[in-house]
Structures are given as C-alpha cells and as structure tokens.
Design a protein around this ligand. Structure first.
Ligand SMILES: *[C@@H]1O[C@H](CO)[C@@H](O)[C@H](O)[C@H]1NC(C)=O
Ligand SMILES: *[C@@H]1O[C@H](CO)[C@@H](O)[C@H](O)[C@H]1NC(C)=O
Ligand SMILES: *[C@@H]1O[C@H](CO)[C@@H](O)[C@H](O)[C@H]1NC(C)=O
Ligand SMILES: *[C@@H]1O[C@H](CO)[C@@H](O)[C@H](O)[C@H]1NC(C)=O
Ligand SMILES: *[C@@H]1O[C@H](CO)[C@@H](O)[C@H](O)[C@H]1NC(C)=O
Length: 601
C-alpha cells in the first residue's frame, strides 16, 4: 500500500545495516559445496517487475519465505546427516524489514497475524476429504508456531486477548499493539455503543472471527518477526542447511519415471536473466514454495499445466492439468478515508523529517515509539444479514455460519494504495475488504522466459455477489463512523466518499478505487485425491507426479478469513509434520469425517 515516507528518511533507514544471522548463506551457486541434497526447498521469487506487479512480486518473494518449516521439521526429527538446500529471499540489511511502521515502504506483509475461521479449516477438510485439515486437528499447530510476548509499550493487555488460546513457546514472537493511536478508544467505545452490529471479539484465535478485535501482529520486542528472523535463525547453527540467495528457480527438471509418474527431483536456476543456468538435485523431494504467483509459473515452465496454453509458448506438456494457475482468489480492498480533528493522527509524523528521525532514534534506543506501530491496531470481520436480498440469487459463499463476508480495517492515518497522501490535514482510514469473494481469476505465462512476469487477471468484483458485498461493506464503514464516539473527532468524509449517496455511487466509487490487500491463493489448489480438479493432493503432493510437493498459499482452494500469513504458517507446520512423520500426521484421523456437517461446497 502506498504510504508516503520522505525519501531522505528511506535513505537514512537503508544506510543502517541490520543483519540477521544466517548460517551457511551462499550468495552464489559456486559457493555451494554440493549439488545434491535430500530436500530442496524452492522459496525465491522474481525481482524487477513492472510497477503494479512490483508489489505482487515482492509479496511473492516474501511469502515463500514463510515455508521453511517443512525443512526445519525434517531437521527436528531426522538424522543430522540429512542435507537440505533452500533458495531464499534475503532481507539482510533491509531496515524496513525490521521496523514495523515501515512495512508499507517495502510492502511485504503488514504483520497482522491470526489464523482465520475454524470453518475455513473444516471446509478444507470437506473439500479434501481429509479430516487432518479440520480445525480440531489444525489448532494444535498454533502453539507450536507462535510465542506470544508483551507489547512493545508494556501496557496491561488484560481483556485484549485470551492467553489460553496462545502459544508461549513457539518459534514466532507475536504481540498486541505496542503503540496506542487516537482511534483506539473510539473504536472500543463503538463496539459498546453499536454493539449489535459491531460487537467486540476478545480474541479471534478462538476460531470465531466475528466482531472487532485488537490486532495481534508478528512483532516481538518492537521488531517484525519474519520467517528469516524466526524459523531460519532457529537453525543458524545447523551445518546441513545450505541457503542460496539471489537465485531464481527457472524450472523443475524431470529425472525419470516412478510408478508410471514423471519424477521431478531436480531444479534449474539462474542468478539473473541471461546468466548461466545451474542445476541441483534432491534425493527425496523438491518442495515448491514460490508463492501463489511463482509456483504456478514454475509449474507451467516445467510442462505442468494446460496443454494448449503451454503449446502456445512451445513448452512440451509433461503433465496435463487445467487447474494450474486457475481459481485465483484474493481479498479485494477498498479504502475509505475521513478527515479528522487535531494532530493526533500519524499523518504529521510521515510529513515531518525531524519527527521521523527522532522516532527512529527512539526505536534504535529501546524499540518503542510510533515506529513499532504495526500499521493497524484493530480489524473486524462481519457477515451480511441472513435475509440480505443477494441470498435470493447467490448461495452463501462463506466458509460457514460463523465465518465472515467482509472485513473492516482501521488505521489512524491516511492509508490508500492508489491515492497519495494529501499534503495537509489529519485522517483516519477504514478499509473495506471482501473476505468471501466468488470472483475467480487466473494466471498465465506471458512467455517461456522465466524472468518475464506472468499475466495475472484477478477478475476482482466480476460477480454480482462481490459487488453487492463490497458495497455493503462501505455502508457498514459509514455506519461505524456514525456512532457517538466519533462526533467530536471526524470532520468529514474525504474526496469521493463524500458523494456516495446511492448504490450506484458506491459501485462507481468501488470500481475506481478497489485494489488488493495481496492475499492471492488457489493457483495450485489442494483437492481430494480422486477429484477431477486441483493440483495437489491433501498431503501437498503434486498430482500426477513423483518427488514434488507444493507448500505455500497457492494450495488454499479458497481464501480464508484472515490476513494470509497465519493460515500459511499453519499449513507449513502441517506440511512439516506430514513430511517428517507421515505415519503420525493424521492417519488416526483420516476417514473419520463424521463430526463434520456435510455442506454442499
Ligand atoms: C491488569 O488489569 C487487570 C484488569 O484491570 C487487573 O486485574 C490486573 O491486576 C492488571 N495487571 C497488572 C500487572 O497491573
Ligand atoms: C490434474 O492432474 C491430475 C493428475 O494427472 C489429474 O488427475 C487431474 O484430472 C488434473 N486436473 C485437471 C483439471 O486437469
Ligand atoms: C475451481 O474450483 C472449483 C471448486 O471450488 C472446482 O469445481 C473447479 O473445477 C475449479 N476449476 C479449475 C479450472 O480447476
Ligand atoms: C525509550 O527511549 C526514549 C528516548 O529515545 C525515551 O523517551 C523513553 O522513555 C524510553 N522508553 C523506555 C521504555 O525505556
Ligand atoms: C489543506 O489546505 C488547503 C489550503 O490551505 C485547505 O483549503 C484545505 O482545507 C486543507 N485540508 C485539510 C484537510 O485540512
């Protein structure tokens, strides 16, 4: 999301060198001691894409770094002789990758860290026919994954979350907001004043997401908790992990045929367009974690996809599968801005070089102050009323009766992906996000050149349901601000929001300003073993192939009720247990679907 931070500040920030400690990180393939490993984890992405795709590509680069757990899980249980190669995006030296409030200048994830609706997992269990995906089984991974720590400002968090739902011993430090903002008390007051529509939810980690909640963020001790500072750092002393940065996998290599299926236990990669390609081979498996955009691109470049599409780029089809790159699903985002009183919003900070510099000095001194703010302190998930007219023509696409249709995201400053921040004034923003979209997009190769960005058409708002729901989400944001708590704070809606009086006005406004919160999923969807669609089976194995698993957001067949990093970490935790201990992962649960209510989708 666009957020103007003075250039000089960015330069100052980038001049400060902050290096996570990574063991055996290799900058160049020639430094790798061998080219054969037990496992190869492909987690690097493309760089240098066009402006609009730059955001997506950075997401693609960072998202894969969430998936180290498979390799690490293997480590925990396997002999240390097991060797692993990972290709990885490096955040070494990037200050904005550590300072929470600078996230928008880099546009990796915004750190909001939760897991979605329990009904998302039960729905995945129904779709895949594998009860190991049910919430009942999946919630065990929360405690393995996270470590809840005090917020940066040390405030009393009683009533802001439910401690018993959380891990205290996991890998990734997370916390409640560490810097309070002007809107906090007004939002909480609104959950009392307008409680029937906007109730308070103490902790959505329960699996019930409905209501307004304090955001839990992947922030510990005032710093971003990234996969490199957490999972990768936890194995920094392991000698059997080689991490290769600055390498892009250009395709999987076919290494033979096993049980009648093509085996792909090799990868080809290159440092940059035009550089010589290198190869590496896996004795056991290649784990593809290149993200919802990178993974289908690599599959297609390897001859796995729609035969006609591949033929148009002179790529020989090895596995025909028309689901690769299809069913792309994402959370569309529409920001609504209001002009507010006074100077309490964070807008002034972003415009004032010396204030920013002293905030940075404070952050460096003791990791407190405005820079530990994780961009939003509250979010809320809501349903359309059950008698909404749209349900006369569309069956409810949400994951279940306690899952949501839309989200409201509250920030105490100007936040807008497409409109630059005004030069004066104070603002608050409520973004409306579509959580249960029925639109499905796709990704196709633009060319057989692996360094060329694929064509991505998300097809946002292409269904009547999506248009209706986003419209209702704008109305809900306006109702939220009509509560008494805002009377002495909000001056006026900003810009075109001020003239959204009719449904047609809102639709035009939505068409003009809707973009994305970057939660694409579904392009290598998981489905039941015998399904006539889908790309991976419930154990993450690439259908029709030997030696390949896909472990990233691309396997979610629908987008969950969450900012996707949390659900993706849980998925990676499960992948680790399936790969490391296949017998224990879910054998006892499999086939026992009786507790799930059958639903039609
Ligand atoms: C935090 O607040 C709660 C409720 O107001 C109170 O019971 C508790 O003693 C406080 N904890 C500390 C450490 O002050
Ligand atoms: C995807 O590939 C698998 C394995 O070859 C096949 O069973 C499935 O039908 C394919 N799906 C589609 C939609 O082509
Ligand atoms: C898209 O997903 C739906 C299930 O949600 C499935 O029925 C359909 O076949 C999928 N389409 C493709 C091309 O994979
Ligand atoms: C952190 O440092 C700032 C000065 O940079 C100081 O004002 C503040 O009191 C310190 N906070 C804590 C908790 O030490
Ligand atoms: C910004 O400044 C202009 C020119 O002085 C003024 O007309 C406008 O009302 C100001 N906007 C806000 C939001 O304060």
């Amino acid at each position: 999301m666009a957020l103007s931070v003075p250039l000089t500040f960015s330069l100052l920030a980038s001049a400060l060198f902050i290096a996570p400690v990574l063991a055996r990180v290799h900058q160049h393939s020639s430094q790798l001691p061998v080219n054969k490993y037990d496992y190869i984890v492909v987690g690097a992405g493309a760089a240098g894409l066009g402006t609009s795709l730059l955001l997506a590509s950075r997401r693609m680069v960072l998202a894969p770094s969430l998936f180290l757990r498979p390799a690490l899980g293997i480590f925990d249980t396997a002999p240390s002789s097991l060797s692993i190669l990972m290709t990885f995006f490096s955040d070494e030296g990037i200050l904005a990758a550590q300072v929470p409030l600078l996230a928008p200048t880099l546009t990796p994830n915004y750190m909001s860290h939760h897991y979605g609706s329990s009904e998302d997992y039960d729905r995945l269990a129904r779709i895949t026919g594998d009860s190991g995906w049910s919430w009942n089984n999946m919630k065990q991974y929360i405690k393995r994954h996270e470590k809840i720590v005090p917020p940066a400002d040390g405030h009393n968090t009683t009533g802001q979350y439910t401690p018993s739902l959380h891990g205290t011993n996991g890998v990734l430090p997370k916390s409640l907001p560490g810097y309070s903002v002007a809107t906090d008390s007004r939002i909480i007051a609104t959950t009392r004043e307008l409680s029937s529509e906007f109730p308070f939810n103490q902790d959505i980690t329960s699996g019930n997401v409905l209501g307004v909640t304090w955001v839990q963020s992947a922030i510990g001790g005032g710093k971003r908790s990234s996969s490199s500072t957490t999972y990768l750092a936890s194995v920094k002393d392991r000698k059997n992990v080689d991490v290769l940065v600055n390498a892009q996998v250009t395709k999987l290599l076919r290494t033979g045929t096993v049980g009648g299926k093509p085996s792909f236990k090799g990868v080809q990669y290159a440092a940059a367009p035009g550089s010589p390609t290198q190869t590496a081979y896996a004795r056991e498996e290649v784990i593809l974690s290149a993200g919802s955009l990178g993974t289908p691109q690599i599959l297609m470049l390897s001859g796995i996809g729609d035969k006609d599409e591949l033929a148009s780029h002179y790529i020989t089809t090895v596995i025909e599968n028309t689901s690769v790159g299809k069913n792309l699903s994402d959370h569309a985002l529409l920001p609504n801005n209001w002009i507010v009183q006074g100077t309490e919003s964070l807008d002034g900070l972003f415009r004032d070089q010396s204030a920013l510099n002293s905030a940075l000095v404070q952050w460096q001194a003791n990791k407190t102050g405005p820079l530990v703010h994780g961009t939003v302190n509250h979010i809320g998930f809501f349903r359309l009323p059950s008698d909404a007219p749209i349900f006369e023509t569309t069956s409810d696409p949400s994951s279940g009766p306690t899952a949501s249709h839309y989200e409201l995201i509250f920030s105490s400053y100007w936040l807008h992906p497409t409109l630059p921040s005004p030069a004066n004034g104070s603002y608050m923003t409520i973004c409306s996000a579509l959580i249960s979209p029925t639109s499905r997009g796709y990704l196709k190769l633009a060319s057989a050149d692996p360094f060329q960005t694929p064509l991505i058409n998300p097809q946002y708002l292409s269904t009547a349901f999506d248009k209706y729901t986003l419209r209702e989400a704008v109305k809900a944001a306006k109702r939220f601000t009509s509560g008494p708590a805002w009377a002495d704070y909000i001056l006026a809606p900003y810009g075109d929001l001020a003239s959204t009086n009719t449904d047609a006005d809102i639709d035009a406004y939505a068409r003009k300003y809707t973009s994305t919160i970057f939660h694409p999923v579904g392009t290598a969807a998981m489905s039941a073993k015998d399904a006539g669609w889908g790309v991976v089976d419930p154990d993450f194995r690439l259908k029709g192939a030997d030696g390949v698993r896909i472990v990233d957001a691309s396997v979610w067949p629908f987008v969950p009720n969450a900012h996707t990093q949390g659900p993706v970490y849980l998925l990676a935790e499960r992948a680790a247990s399936i790969i490391a201990e296949p017998s224990k992962s879910n054998a006892d649960l499999r086939g026992n679907l009786g507790f799930l209510n059958p639903r039609s989708r």
